[in-house]
Design a protein around this ligand. Structure first.
Ligand code: NAD
Length: 411
């Protein structure tokens, strides 16, 4: 299989060349032992965009070995903070240069509007890289006072080593940058596993990694199915840290795999079920603006999505009217259309899940005030749907919350 393919962005009459191989040691390569492919789908049309190599557990071993070798020889403590900073800034420059193409590819594979991907996701990613580039040469330890005057105690911060990074599909470029930037800044090397639903922009970014001049093996990108490549990374005995963003259920598996293998360090960013609380003293127009943004942004596919809203009885009807008018104003369409404010949801699985919740809500007596009916034709579209607001307040999540009031409120 060729390691690149040309992809049509027919909605805007453009083409883009996309890597389809695993990115290991700065080269796009096939799997060493697997013929498994990941079929990247355009959620606006349900068409397969292209197929990319799905890494096997053996490929993960090779990527980890490449990252280990780079850590020992060209990165880690072998490179100055100044040089790490220079390369990260260079990568930020290249992403800025290619922002439009990256945004269009993100829209094609993820469904989110290219305009939003460019102005927010990519803009934020560039800032994130530059922020951590600024830290790279300022990582210092402390000198500590000790009782014995003949001794000097000090601390220094060393890079952890090889980091496995496993990211979800809802912000593929952001997640990539948020994971990669701090790890690079401190001198770690990386094996990045993007989501099998949206692997294309991580591969495109890998081209820029090489162009920026990072030594081979510093960042390796291995699209793979979660239970294959993700599980292999989490359980790998030569990975020093695994950074995971995704669902709570997978986060538990990652932590367990880390504990059962080499007790590698773990960071988990998991799901949420965040509430908005609207009190009668609130500026209701503002509260409705925030509540609409909170649930509609990124087609509701956000870890901090405000998926529960509690409204004080006295302003309930007024607030619902305002919220519906705000949500109605959003144009949901193909992400490649500059007019779209929201796109389809990312996949058939997600589409079925969301419609399952809408149907379950209706069966339990909820009334759809807006939306609630499927669109005819292709594409995983779920028009914004507001249901009469649920009052359940028991949740194990604690990711985000919005409070709308103009008076001090006690909890
Ligand atoms: P997911 O847990 O299904 O998948 C996340 C990643 O884990 C993917 O790359 C997947 O391939 C991989 N994976 C799957 N099984 C694995 C296994 N057994 N071992 C290791 N890796 C495995 O989540 P998703 O559906 O891709 O992402 C959406 C979720 O992410 C939502 O729950 C959302 O709330 C959460 N999220 C959280 C944050 C945050 O910062 N807290 C940000 C964005 C998304």
């Amino acid at each position: 299989m060729a390691q690149h393919t040309t992809v049509n962005l027919s909605a805007i009459n453009k083409q883009i060349v996309v890597p389809t191989g695993l990115f290991i040691n700065n080269e796009f390569v096939p799997s060493v032992d697997s013929k498994e492919l990941i079929h990247a789908v355009n959620p606006a049309t349900e068409d397969v965009i292209c197929s990319v190599v799905a890494a096997s557990a053996k490929d993960i071993d090779i990527a980890v070995a490449a990252a280990r070798n780079a850590f020992k020889t060209t990165w880690g403590k072998n490179v100055t903070g100044f040089e790490r900073s220079r390369l990260i800034n260079k990568l930020a420059d290249l992403i800025e240069r290619d922002a439009q193409a990256l945004a269009e590819l993100e829209a094609l594979n993820n469904g989110k509007p290219a305009r939003i991907a460019r102005d927010f996701d990519i803009g934020d990613s560039v800032q994130c890289l530059r922020y951590y580039a600024g830290w790279a040469d300022k990582i210092i330890g402390q000198t500590l006072e000790v009782d014995n005057k003949s001794k000097l105690a000090f601390t220094r911060h060393d890079p952890i080593g090889v980091c496995g990074q496993i990211i979800p599909w809802n912000y593929p470029i952001n997640m990539w940058a948020w994971k990669v930037a701090p790890a690079l800044a401190v001198g770690c090397t990386i094996v990045m596993k993007p989501s099998e639903l949206c692997p294309l922009t991580a591969l495109k970014l890998s081209e820029l990694v090489k162009e920026a001049g990072f030594p081979p093996g510093v960042i390796n990108t291995v699209p793979s199915l979660g239970h294959v490549g993700g599980a292999a990374l989490a359980a790998h005995p030569d990975v020093d840290k695994v950074a995971f963003t995704g669902s709570t259920i997978t986060g538990r598996k990652v932590m367990e795999a880390a504990a059962k293998s080499n007790l590698k360090k773990v960071s988990l960013e998991l799901g949420g079920k965040s509430p908005h609380l609207v009190f009668e003293s609130a500026d209701l127009d503002q509260a409705a603006n925030w509540a609409a943004l909170g649930i509609c942004y990124n087609s509701g596919q956000d870890c901090t999505a405000g998926s529960r809203v509690y409204v004080q009885n006295s302003v309930y009807d007024k607030f619902i009217g305002l919220l519906v008018s705000k949500v109605k104003a959003q144009v949901v369409g193909d992400g490649l259309d500059e007019k779209s404010g929201g796109g389809p949801v990312v996949s058939k699985t997600q589409y079925d899940k969301v419609w399952g919740y809408i149907e379950a809500g209706k069966q339990e007596g909820a009334k759809a005030i807006l939306g609630g009916e499927k669109r005819p034709g292709k594409g995983y579209y779920v028009d914004p749907t507001d249901e009469a607001i649920a009052l359940a307040n028991d949740t194990t999540y604690g990711l985000g919350a919005g409070l709308h009031s103009s008076t001090p409120t006690h909890f």
